[in-house]
Design a protein around this ligand. Structure first.
Ligand code: 5AD
Ligand code: SF4
Length: 462
């Protein structure tokens, strides 16, 4: 047994992440830091000494899921009182001490800004046995982004996220994120490039730059300049980013899409509603016409680029007419795909205070609207995917399919999931497979392997 192993007894940590890409990123940073104290990830809470729930509060449903998970853990803790239970992420930030009252099983609560302190927090929680809450926001000028340690053994695939920004300074009236993730801070450009290089050195081929509102990046350059700098890194085959704010989406970013072959042919651009009245109540800083115009401009510059969006239905005061404006936008812009949500009232937001006076939309109407959006989008997505049948697409191979080890899975540049029969020897993880598409559904494609290369095909002259 080595000295390090003796110093650091092996301890199991069970970690479950809810919510968005920022939380997935934080989860990996937490695991890397805990690994330095001997923690390794286990598959079930039963095998764990520490259970950590990394939470999301963007909608009420996500919070309810947390409370039911904690209920199950309470039973486990009765049998094993030494089990440590921690809650991190956005619900932790929002609820703070209140969470200790709501769920007695919880030992440790810490918000997104406390991720760099996780080793100390867990150690104190283990040794002191008392309850600990750390929901301090770090002053923006002092905030240090937790650095990824890709070689340190976090579960590493061929794709990785790199945080370029935290928090959000927008004031969308329905959204809790500014309260849970604090003020917007841009990560220094050199740190981003360094982390990107570290991922590429471990065999990562695709990077996704993440932030709540990446177009507002200002950590030493504009966002478009950052894209150009990352695009030049040796070893990078594909580059993505999310999430963009339509009002801030500038010509320089569109030009980057036109000019950079590594930048994937996909943009996720949340619109929320097609009604100007509702967009104004949401304080979105863009009209439906401005949104349409941006989509048209990008499609003209990059023919075939996939555009996906978020739609929020049932915002307080949303009339039938407002909702029809959203349906008309969906009809006209024919998104490749969209995520749709029923409005959920979040504590502390402007809409929570003013929703009643605007007029709450009855739950049944909200659900009916959601179903209409989803049904129409399924049809449009199927038309979009069906157009690929007979064509050959290039896929970054990410591994075997979850359901069938004899099938390979990956994504096309446009973001579609693609499956095809094959083995690791035929289409290794990290390779670029050319796949002839033979069938399509509204959420993905299937095909046959045509050829495999270690680098993406950049077309003639590359
Ligand atoms: N209720 C429902 N959906 C919401 N979103 C953000 N806040 C709320 C809320 N209060 C949706 C928006 C956003 C996505 C990440 O979640 O559509 O773009
Ligand atoms: Fe959920 Fe928003 Fe927090 Fe992400 S930032 S985990 S979407 S509340």
């Amino acid at each position: 047994m080595s000295d390090t192993t003796r110093d650091q007894p092996a301890r199991g940590v069970y970690l479950h992440t809810f919510g968005c890409q920022m939380n997935v990123y934080d989860a990996n940073r937490i695991l890397e830091r805990l690994a330095e104290d001997g923690y390794h990830r286990v598959e079930t809470p039963e095998e764990a000494e520490l259970v950590l729930l990394n939470t999301c509060s963007v909608r009420e449903k996500a919070e309810q899921k947390l409370l039911s998970s904690l209920g199950r853990l309470a039973l486990l803790k009765q049998a094993r009182p030494e089990l440590l239970v921690a809650v991190s992420g956005c619900v932790a930030q929002q609820e703070r001490e209140r969470l200790l009252k709501k769920a007695k099983v919880v030992d440790l609560v810490f918000g997104p800004d406390a991720v760099p302190r996780v080793r100390e927090l867990v150690r104190r929680s283990r040794e002191e046995k008392g309850k600990i809450v750390d929901a301090r926001f770090t002053e923006p000028s002092k905030y240090a982004f937790p650095r990824a340690m890709p070689a340190a053994g976090a579960e590493q695939g061929v794709t990785a996220f790199v945080t370029i920004q935290k928090g959000c300074d927008k004031v969308c009236t329905y959204c809790i994120v500014p309260f849970t993730r604090g003020r917007e801070v841009s990560r220094p450009r050199e740190e981003i490039l360094e982390e990107a290089r570290a991922f590429l050195a471990t065999g990562v081929r695709e990077l996704t730059l993440i932030g709540q509102n990446v177009n507002c990046y200002h950590g030493g350059s504009t966002f478009a300049e950052l894209l150009r700098a990352v695009a030049e890194l040796p070893g990078l085959a594909r580059l993505r980013y999310t999430t963009s704010y339509p009002g801030e989406m500038g010509d320089d970013v569109f030009a980057a899409h036109r000019d950079l072959p590594v930048l994937c042919r996909h943009l996720h651009l949340p619109v929320q509603s097609g009604s100007d009245r509702i967009l104004e109540l949401m304080r979105r800083e863009h009209s439906a016409a401005e949104y349409r115009e941006k989509v048209a401009r990008l499609r003209a510059l990059v023919p075939g680029i996939a555009i996906t969006t978020d739609i929020l239905v049932g915002f307080p005061g949303e009339s039938d007419e407002d909702f029809e404006a959203t349906m008309a936008l969906i009809e006209e812009l024919r998104f490749d795909n969209l995520y749709s949500f029923v409005y959920s009232e979040r504590p502390g937001t402007w809409t929570a205070r003013n929703g009643a006076s605007l007029g709450e939309v009855p739950q049944a109407v909200k659900v009916e609207r959601l179903e209409r959006v989803q049904a129409r989008q399924r049809e449009i997505s199927l038309e979009k995917t069906s157009a690929f049948v007979g064509q050959t697409l290039e896929i970054l191979v990410e591994g075997p399919s979850r359901k069938d080890p004899a099938v390979r899975a990956g994504h096309a540049s446009e973001g579609w999931t693609v499956h095809f029969p094959g083995t690791e020897a035929e289409a290794p993880v990290g390779s670029f497979a050319r796949v002839r598409i033979d069938s399509a559904s509204h959420f993905g494609l299937r095909g046959e392997l045509v050829s495999v290369a270690s680098e993406p095909d950049r077309g003639p002259g590359s």
